[in-house]
Structure formats: structure tokens, C-alpha cells
Design a binder for this molecule. Structure first.
Ligand code: IPE
Ligand code: IPE
Ligand code: MG
Length: 256
């Protein structure tokens, strides 16, 4: 099985388990602001503070990779002023936290379509990625202008181009080959998807990669998120029985 294969075999013991990959749909900034009589903008800014707390907490709680959903391909449909505010968040986040991330061994990668992003946003992304490129202790993947369907379509196009150029035999296109063309190919699929704010849907996040992810929905609004909420989600995850379509080994032994 390839390193990037999403369907990870069950580890035989906790000691063998690779570090967890957790992905978060950071939702509820607008409702958090509304509940306080504040503009949505301030909800998004409070969301950046919550992201800083959560990245630090993840580093303490045995998570090795964290993927966060910051802006979806559908979020362009929001009012122009809100889109512009959301576009300023990578700068707000990285300007205040990139030095710490670099110091603490965090490698930053941004996934999602680059087309449509302004020069300013692109140069911030580039700086975040290049200045942390040598880090390996913790991986932070930020999904920005990301959509699961767009990513799958982009992968299909790259495979088709490889076939057209004679670099790929169509018969060699299997799940692993397909997956290696997704923007998330660098990491094994997430073990756990968390969505805050009480909504129970994926909203086009990591559609391929979530095939066997555990889903945890928390009612907390994203700006209120932090170490206690992440720990609660991880505790719930650790109590889950992941079977990947197989049968529980103890049940098989007991009942034959
Ligand atoms: C999450 O908060 C941020 C983004 C989706 C970019 P929302 O802005 O979706 O907040 P709600 O869901 O309206 O409360
Ligand atoms: C998903 O949240 C996108 C991000 C968190 C970046 P949305 O708020 O956009 O999702 P819907 O509209 O409630 O499905
Ligand atoms: Mg929302």
C-alpha cells in the first residue's frame, strides 16, 4: 500500500499508530459575531485567534498533522466585502504567527486553487510555505480556495494530460494513482474530521479523503474553540471502533 493511500490498515497497537491527522471545518464565525451584535468581520478575526490556540493545542495532544478549512470554492458567493475580509485572513494569521510556527518546527502547506487569489495572498502563502519548508515536527495544511470536487476534477485533468503526453498508461490508473494527483497527496488521509457550529455536513471538504474518516460534530462556534474542545473531540475519536469494512478481530475469534 502506498504511503499516501487513504485506507490505512489498522495498527496492531497504539505504539505502532502513526501520528493522527485531524482536519477541521472551522465554522460559526458569523453566528458568533451575530450573537454579540458584532459585524461578521470580527467573528472571522476571532476565528484566527481560535486557530492559533488550536494549532498549539494540537501540537500538545498527539496530533501530527492538522488540516483546516479556511475558505471554500463556494465562499466566493458571499458579499464582496466579506470575501475581501476572508482574503485578508491568511495575512493576519501568518503575520502574527509565522515566526512561532517556524521556530516550533511546523511545516505549513496551503492547498486549494491558486487561480483567483490576489498577488498579496499568493505572496503570503509563498512565504509561509518556503520559510517552513524544512520543518518536519508538525504539519499544518490550510485549505484555502479549496473544494473537494474541484480538487478531484483537477486530479482527473492532470491524469488525462499525463495519458495524452504518453507518460501514463490508462490501465495504471488505480486508487493510489488517482490519490497521488490530489492536492492532499503528501499526507495520509485524515483520521478525524471535526466540524464546529453544530452543522452536520462536509460542505465540499476533502470528499475523497474522508472515505474512512471518523466524523465528530461539535456545537461550539469556531471562535470559542480551543484546547478543551479539541481534547473532547480526540477523546470521542479514541473511543470509536474503526473497521475499514472488515470485522472486529475479537468478534471473529469469539464467534468464528
Ligand atoms: C466560518 O464561519 C468561516 C468561513 C466559512 C469562511 P462562517 O462565516 O461560515 O460563520 P457562520 O456559519 O455564518 O456562522
Ligand atoms: C464551510 O463552511 C467552509 C469553511 C469552513 C471554510 P460554510 O459556512 O461555507 O458551509 P455551509 O455554507 O454552511 O455549508
Ligand atoms: Mg458557516
Amino acid at each position: 500500500m502506498s504511503l499516501t493511500s487513504g485506507l490505512r490498515p489498522l495498527p496492531r497497537s497504539d505504539a505502532e499508530a502513526p501520528p493522527l491527522h485531524v482536519a477541521i471545518i472551522m465554522d460559526g464565525n458569523g453566528r458568533w459575531a451575530k450573537a454579540r451584535g458584532l459585524p461578521r468581520t470580527l467573528g472571522h478575526r476571532a476565528g484566527v485567534t481560535a486557530l492559533k490556540r488550536t494549532v498549539e493545542a494540537a501540537q500538545q495532544l498527539g496530533v501530527g498533522r492538522l488540516t483546516v478549512f479556511g475558505f471554500s470554492t463556494e465562499n466566493w458567493s458571499r458579499p464582496a466585502q466579506e470575501v475581501s475580509e476572508l482574503m485578508s485572513l491568511p495575512k493576519l494569521y501568518f503575520e502574527s504567527d509565522l515566526a512561532r510556527l517556524r521556530r516550533e518546527g511546523v511545516r505549513v502547506r496551503v492547498i486549494g486553487r491558486r487561480a483567483g487569489l490576489s498577488k498579496d495572498v499568493l505572496s503570503m502563502i509563498d512565504e509561509a510555505e518556503t520559510t517552513t519548508a524544512a520543518n518536519t515536527r508538525f504539519h499544518l495544511q490550510v485549505a484555502f480556495n479549496y473544494g473537494g470536487r474541484a480538487d478531484i476534477a483537477d486530479a482527473a485533468r492532470r491524469l488525462a494530460e499525463a495519458v495524452r503526453e504518453g507518460r501514463l498508461d490508462p490501465a495504471a490508473i488505480d486508487e493510489a494513482a488517482f490519490e497521488s494527483h490530489l492536492s492532499t497527496a503528501e499526507h495520509a488521509a485524515p483520521d478525524l474530521i471535526i466540524r464546529t457550529s453544530g452543522e452536520r455536513r462536509l460542505s465540499n471538504f476533502l470528499l475523497w479523503e474522508t472515505a474512512y474518516a471518523e466524523l465528530v460534530f461539535q456545537d461550539v462556534l469556531w471562535p470559542d474553540y480551543g484546547p478543551a474542545q479539541l481534547k473532547a473531540a480526540l477523546d470521542e475519536f479514541r473511543g470509536r471502533d474503526r473497521r475499514y469494512g472488515g470485522a472486529d478481530v475479537d468478534d471473529v475469534l469469539a464467534t468464528g
